[in-house]
Design a protein around this ligand. Sequence first.
Ligand SMILES: Nc1nc2c(ncn2[C@@H]2O[C@H](COP(=O)(O)OP(=O)(O)OP(=O)(O)O)[C@@H](O)[C@H]2O)c(=O)[nH]1
Length: 331
Amino acid sequence: MKGNTNMNDSIVPIYLLSGFLGSGKTTLLTGLLDNWKSRGLKTAVIMNELGDINLDGQMVGDDVPMSEMLSGCICCTIRSDLSLEIKTLIDEHKPDVIVIESTGAANPMEIMDGVTEAALYCKIELKAVITVVDGPELLQRNRNGKGKTFKLMREQIKCATKLLLNKIDKLEPDELVEAQQLLREMNAVAYMIPTIRCKVDDWAALEGTAEDVILTSSGQKEHEHSHDGGHHHTHEHVMVMTHYMNGAVDSEKFEAFLKQLPDHVYRAKGIVSFSDTASRFLFQYAYRETDFIRITPQGDVNDVAVFIGEHFSKEMVLEELLKLEHQESTE
Ligand SMILES: Nc1nc2c(ncn2[C@@H]2O[C@H](COP(=O)(O)OP(=O)(O)OP(=O)(O)O)[C@@H](O)[C@H]2O)c(=O)[nH]1
């Protein structure tokens, strides 16, 4: 903190990133960080993952202060700690801006409460709730029955002040119109932009003003999620499986394994070492698509695979993984 003469009298803007699992929140975070950095702003990040390790953190540079809230969802287990996290980040790092990336299964209303609480003892302002929407997924979930997951998606859309309709490269023109209309029905006021890989040209429009947060958060009254007595969780049907890898696996066999995951696993990611390449990879899987990025992990990071889905067989996934590991150790 030497030489930091920041009086810290200014109000620290907070941005909340929300969106369903795999919609593109981390992709957007990377863009926001680059943008703020290029303007000389120091950003701090609060990340929350459902599961016990934070993989998205690997995508954030060493120079960005980051606080990780793991094992659970900000809104339920550690909601009151969120305000403390915010205060600690401000005291220790004096950031110009804070961004909170919430787990895809979180209800942003609860996180907004935590941010509001923090405002009691530090100078912060929730500037925008940015919800990233997976275009194809929205249309599909809207057509095929409207279960709990769809409800959660709608909550995230409803309380947004900024909506990114993402993955439009996977939509036909008429589907794009349909998705835009659907978003407008759910949220008539938010600023909305269609994007591919969350690419935004007008960052200023995304940063927005505080007024629109207040405007939409008044919708909170309609919101039935209660933490007293009933304790309804909007995401109790979401399952997570974490497996720490026991060794390297073959890259092609691993990719084939990902592509054959049960339908109910809608998200997987992790860090793997391949027996046929020298470096480690961050892998991503969302809706039948895989993505591999070569990485040099920060600090001591284990090889691990995390699977998120609704009621899938953890045993079956584990069995397949062990088979892949075993094949390599015996060859
Ligand atoms: N085709 C396509 N793929 C995209 C687009 N945006 C993101 N992706 C891919 O979708 C996957 C998920 O993106 P992330 O940014 O990690 O999504 P996320 O919301 O942070 O995921 P979680 O943190 O797991 O909830 C990655 O493999 C991205 O490369 C897009 O516009 N089009």
